[in-house]
Design a binder for this molecule. Structure first.
Ligand code: HEC
Ligand code: HEC
Ligand code: HEC
Length: 134
């Protein structure tokens, strides 16, 4: 029942976008769906769980270089600030956090072109190095 699920998700998005006080919402056309460019990770995953769109790969626990990237981690990680660029320089690069957390929109900007709608072009690992100092 992918069609029903899609309709439900679109409806939820519309309710969300029209929601009172949601001043930060920035709807963009995303493959025929109006999606908030600042959608939370669970809004992204509502479609990107393989139901409406291809499943996103990410890591919530026991993350390492062997797993997909972690999300819902504080930026910069407490005690390891020296290995990460200052939040101010992320903003300049076009990278967003949700509160202090790394989420989908930290690496993806739905307003940017395909493939992958990356927040920062990742040639020569520029996206990674916008946060990680190496
Ligand atoms: C209403 C459903 C919906 C929502 C919500 C949604 N997407 Fe998508 N997304 C799609 C569809 C449909 C496609 C194109 C088909 C596919 O990739 O399966 C797509 C494609 C993408 C792609 C491109 C994949 C590629 O091959 O280039 C990325 C990256 C992506 N979405 C990220 C996100 C992020 C990040 C969010 C949250 C900020 C999000 N999407 C929210 C439906 C959605
Ligand atoms: C640390 C950065 C980072 C985070 C966080 C991140 N992504 Fe991605 N994502 C990427 C990169 C880079 C790619 C390009 C393909 C690759 O290198 O795997 C990608 C690819 C994708 C694709 C296309 C996958 C494919 O098979 O074509 C989708 C869809 C996607 N991401 C959605 C999401 C969603 C939804 C979230 C949040 C749950 C998320 N991403 C979190 C960096 C990230
Ligand atoms: C928005 C900032 C940001 C971007 C962009 C980013 N990272 Fe990270 N990354 C982090 C943070 C924060 C952690 C630390 C998570 C923790 O341990 O609390 C981390 C952790 C990691 C880890 C350790 C395992 C894990 O997932 O926690 C690896 C490996 C990694 N990043 C590689 C990458 C690569 C490769 C890219 C580019 C595709 C990338 N990162 C892009 C912020 C970022």
């Amino acid at each position: 029942m992918v069609a029903n699920r899609a309709a439900f998700v679109v409806l939820s998005m519309m309710v969300l976008l029209m929601g009172a006080g949601d001043a930060g919402a920035e709807p963009v056309d995303h493959y025929g769906f109006m999606v908030d460019r600042r959608a939370s990770y669970d809004e992204c995953v509502a479609c990107h769980d393989g139901s409406v769109a291809k499943a996103a790969v990410y890591c919530l626990q026991d993350c390492s270089f062997r797993t997909p990237h972690s999300i819902l981690r504080r930026y910069p990680p407490p005690g390891r600030e020296a290995a990460y660029r200052p939040v101010e320089s992320l903003r300049e690069a076009g990278i967003e956090l949700a509160g202090e957390m790394v989420v989908c929109i930290s690496c993806h900007n739905l307003g940017n072109p395909p493939p992958y709608h990356l927040a920062v072009d990742n040639s020569a690992s520029r996206l990674c190095l916008a946060c990680h100092i190496q």
